[in-house]
Write a protein of this length. Sequence first.
Length: 277
Amino acid sequence: MPELPEVEVTRRGVAPHLEGRLVEQVLLRREGLRWPFPPALPALLAGRRVLHIGRRGKYLLVHFDHGTLIIHLGMSGHLRVLDPATALKKHDHFDLIVAGDGGAQALRMNDPRRFGAVLWHGNDDGELASHVLLRGLGVEPLEDQFTGDTLYSASRGRSTSVKQFLLGGDIVVGVGNIYACESLFRAGINPKTAAGRISSGRYDKLAQAIRAILAEAIIQGGSTLKDFIAVNGQSGYFQQTYFVYDREGVPCRNCGTPIRRIVQGQRSTFYCVHCQK
């Protein structure tokens, strides 16, 4: 599943092609993905101008003056900006076609597994933050309000493992499996440790590691996940710098101890028993 860095890479890729542009047409090629497409979406958006492309966690937000288009890439979705006349591929389900200086351009969504979403939240529906998919999300890890104290304060009394604590999304948003494993390694924290047992100082190190890891992944175009493709058709290469993720049995880059894999919450966790205490 594309994680925060992959969605941010996508946001930065599509923004120059969409912001300030008038929507010419919306094409829906099926009834929906994980949830039904809003049937009135073509009429809602035709002739409207895209104001800004934002992101909240793993959700891409296309802002208009009368509401916001909410896009989630699901397990396998990706977005491309291309000529609307480009031949369709299997699983091309949605086009947002905008006017361009050199002709129209299409934001096209391809989603083989159909776990993604294209939804609408109108201004009449209340604050965007109140949307059912957004209202329970935690703080953004790349914003200033995310600190070690954010994690420390929320973790008091929590017996769940620190890895699961990070993945919950209600405290800090967008730290998915790959980047949780890498951040815990950089901070030297064993992923099995109970969240409530970690000190304030160690959470400071973890918050710094999360911010750094995510920033580095964005610069490197994200990770080459099984299904993720960036807007320009290229894959990220952050996976070339993994220290623990998907390296079971391979010597730790720091100490040489073989990397271990365990399963937590039905997801693989990779860590070094020597470097992570």
